[in-house]
Design a protein around this ligand. Structure first.
Ligand code: ADP
Length: 211
C-alpha cells in the first residue's frame, strides 16, 4: 500500500509559541518500496513516523494510506519503535507474538510461522523475552507486527544498539521481506551507515524540512 504525504506541517506547543517539527513535508512512498529517512536528533523523524501510522494528525496537510487519511486506518501502518524492549509486553515469545498478532497462544503453528517470517527458529517460542538478545527482540517485535498483515511497516532506529552482525542480519531481513512479500517499508534513522546499500532511496530530514 502506498503512502502519500502532502504539504504536511506539524507544530507543537512551545511555551507561548509553537515549535515547527515538520515544515511542509511532501513525500510519496510507493507500494512495495523501501525508503530511508535520515536526519539528526530532533529533526522530526519520529513525528513523521507517528503521522504515517495515523497516531498524530498533522497541523496542516494530509497523509493518505492507500488513499485514506492515516488517522482513519490506525493499525494498517505498523511501527517498530526504537526501544524494542518496551514494545514487548508479555513475558514469553509465544505469548508476545500471539498477543500482538491477535491469535490464541495455543496456536503454536502460527507462532512458529511468525518467527520463521523474521528468520527466527521456532525453538525460541518458549523463550522468556528477557533472555533475548537485542537483535532477537527487534525481530520478535517485527514478527508480531507482521502477523497482523499491515499494509506498511515503519522502523524507527532499527539498528540502534545492535552489533554489526545483527545490524547486517536485520537489514538483510528487511530486504528479503520487501522482495518476498511486497511490503512497503520506511526506515527512520539518525545514522546512514549500513542503510545506503539497502535503501536505494534515502531522504534527508533537517529541522523538519525534507530533501
Ligand atoms: P527526531 O525523531 O528526529 O529526534 P522528533 O520528531 O522526536 O525528532 O522531534 C522533533 C522536534 O519536535 C524536536 O524539537 C522535539 O523536541 C519536538 N517535539 C517532539 N515531540 C514533542 C511533543 N510531544 N511536544 C513538544 N515538542 C515535541
Amino acid at each position: 500500500m502506498s503512502l502519500q504525504l502532502t504539504d504536511i506541517t506539524l507544530t507543537y506547543p512551545d511555551g507561548d509559541a509553537r515549535l515547527t517539527a515538520l515544515d511542509r513535508v511532501s513525500l510519496d512512498v510507493p507500494k512495495g518500496s523501501l525508503t530511508a529517512v535520515v536526519g539528526p536528533s530532533g529533526s522530526g523523524k519520529s513525528t513523521l513516523a507517528w503521522i504515517m501510522a495515523g497516531l498524530t494528525t498533522p497541523t496542516t496537510g494530509s497523509c493518505l494510506v492507500g488513499g485514506r487519511p492515516s488517522h482513519e486506518c490506525v493499525g494498517e501502518v505498523a511501527v517498530a519503535f526504537q526501544a524494542a524492549r518496551l514494545q514487548l509486553l508479555r513475558a514469553r515469545v509465544d505469548l508476545e507474538i500471539a498477543s500482538a498478532a491477535g491469535f490464541p497462544p495455543s496456536d503454536i503453528r502460527r507462532v512458529v510461522a511468525a518467527l520463521a517470517a523474521v528468520g527466527l527458529d521456532g525453538s525460541l517460542a518458549r523463550r522468556r523475552v528477557d533472555q533475548l538478545s537485542g537483535g532477537q527482540m527487534r525481530r520478535v517485535v517485527i514478527a508480531g507486527l507482521l502477523a497482523r498483515r499491515p499494509k506498511a511497516l515503519i522502523l524507527d532506529e532499527p539498528l540502534a544498539g545492535l552489533d554489526a552482525d545483527s545490524q547486517r542480519g536485520l537489514l538483510r531481513l528487511l530486504t528479503d521481506l520487501r522482495r518476498n512479500t511486497g511490503l512497503t517499508i520506511v526506515v527512520i534513522s539518525h545514522d546512514f551507515v549500513g542503510l545506503e546499500e539497502l535503501c536505494p532511496r534515502t531522504l534527508h530530514l533537517n529541522r523538519g524540512v525534507l530533501s
